[in-house]
Design a protein around this ligand. Structure first.
Ligand SMILES: Nc1nc2c(c(=O)[nH]1)N[C@H]1C(S)=C(S)[C@@H](COP(=O)(O)O)O[C@H]1N2
Ligand SMILES: [Mo]
Length: 419
């Protein structure tokens, strides 16, 4: 058997079946402790009645550090972001209280009974919908990520920042969204042939507005009313938001109040001076909607320390693509010299998080952990060097290059740029 420190699932099963006689060194158990002297002492929780029930559940008191990290703009109230603690989470669904946030002017307080959504402009019949009316249309559900175009932007800097994985790359979250297909409502309003763009406007203090190609609205756009089974959180657009699966955060307009059909885009602030990509030749890329394939090892990752040396660790993380499904995630423990295919956890969904994992036998040596995603368009996540060669260093949005964690001999993990 190869002496690679990363094991495919098959090798790993063989390894455990062989009782640990693998790669020339033996390990009787993975991480459990043997319990020769186990005695029947009842834990305290079994000796008394438990606590009262609650109307709305909260996480365990022991999970207080699993929180979003807020970086608000001190010069402008209500402007800022909060990062999802991806390094503390497992599976693929982001709990509603931990979904990342990006607000241009705070979280509005909107009474759903007062809120109305208008579809007008180049349509046969301008229509107005209350939230109750929207709830009477057929509801559809889909799991989809939303990623801010500015996610991971610190990786354009010349020095790697030492921040936990989610607090540098967690302006992305994944939820099951339920609502009404935008297509249905546009068909009801009757699109005029000249209608090529819709200007989506929000009911927040920023009156945020952006232009969206009609083709996307007719494809897989949704007016989301529910998030992971419950009504949207205020922070994520209550009572209704636009969901454009796979497209950059900014066009997923929260607190949506209007879709105005036009022939041309509106050239608003957030699609000209913001959310465009300054390229090395001085031109700016505009309407770069799709979020390209990306992956992130969430554990082990920056700030963690591997407790046992040597030891077996599960390298795990998330991969996603705004173009479709993830088809492959490779993991390297030697800074990209060699790669092993990780296991992809089912279900693997279109424009949604896919969880990958791979057992790694750390022998105490210096290591550089990386992951590289491929999607079903054939696109492969680039190295940071390749990304910067293409896009230069003046960009701010759409950083999707490989992210690297270096493991020191003492088990401590930090963020590096290997190239
Ligand atoms: N009305 C409104 N919609 C908005 C924003 C906003 O500030 N106001 N921020 C946008 C940006 S930049 C992003 S990344 C996503 C973030 O969605 P979330 O806060 O639900 O994660 O919402 C988008 N929609
Ligand atoms: Mo964003």
């Amino acid at each position: 058997m190869a002496r690679s420190p990363l094991h495919s699932r098959r090798q790993f099963l063989q390894y455990t079946a062989l009782g640990g006689a693998f790669a020339g060194f033996s390990l009787p158990v993975l991480a459990a402790q043997t319990a020769p002297d186990f005695r029947e002492i009842l834990p305290g929780s079994m000796t008394r009645a438990g606590a009262d029930f609650s109307n709305y559940g909260q996480p365990s008191a022991y999970e207080k550090k699993v929180i979003r990290w807020i970086s608000a703009n001190s010069e402008m109230t209500g402007n800022g972001v909060s990062w999802s603690p991806l390094h503390e989470l497992q599976g693929t669904i982001t709990p509603n209280g931990l979904h990342f946030e990006r607000h241009h002017n705070g979280v509005p307080d909107i009474d759903p009974a007062q809120h109305e959504l208008l579809i007008d402009g180049l349509v046969e019949r301008p229509l107005k919908f209350t939230i109750d009316a929207l709830k009477r249309y057929p509801q559809q559900s889909r799991i989809s990520f939303i990623e801010c175009g500015g996610n991971s932007n610190s990786s354009f800097r010349s020095k790697p920042i030492q921040t936990p994985a989610g607090y540098a790359h967690g302006l992305v979250s994944n939820a099951e969204w339920t609502g009404v297909a935008v297509k249905l409502l546009l068909e009801e309003a009757g699109l005029k042939p000249a209608a090529k763009w819709a200007i989506a406007e929000a009911a927040d203090g920023a009156s945020l507005n952006v232009s969206i190609p009609v083709d996307k609205l007719l494809d897989d756009a949704m007016l989301a009313l529910y998030q992971n089974g419950e009504r949207l959180r205020p922070e994520n657009g209550y009572p209704v938001r636009l969901l454009l699966p796979g497209w950059e955060g900014i066009v997923n307009v929260k607190w949506l109040r209007q879709l105005r059909l036009q022939q041309t885009p509106a050239m608003t602030r957030d699609e000209t001076s913001q959310y465009t990509d300054l390229m090395p030749d001085g031109t700016a890329r505009q309407f770069s909607f799709e979020m390209a394939a990306k992956s992130l090892i969430t554990s082990p990752s920056q700030g963690m320390t591997l407790p046992d040396n040597p030891g077996i660790y599960q390298v795990t993380g998330l991969a996603w693509s705004g173009r479709g499904k993830i088809t492959r995630v490779e993991v390297s423990a030697d800074g990209g010299e060699s790669w092993v295919d990780a296991d992809l956890q089912a279900p693997i969904l279109d424009k949604a998080f896919t969880r990958f994992s791979l057992p790694w036998q750390w022998q105490g040596q210096y290591a550089v952990l990386q992951s590289r995603a491929t999607d079903d368009s054939g696109y492969v996540q680039p190295s940071r060097e390749q990304l910067i060669a293409n896009r230069g260093r003046h960009g701010y949005y759409h950083f999707n290059a490989i992210i690297s964690w270096e493991v020191y001999e003492d088990g401590y993990i930090s963020h590096i740029y290997p190239d």
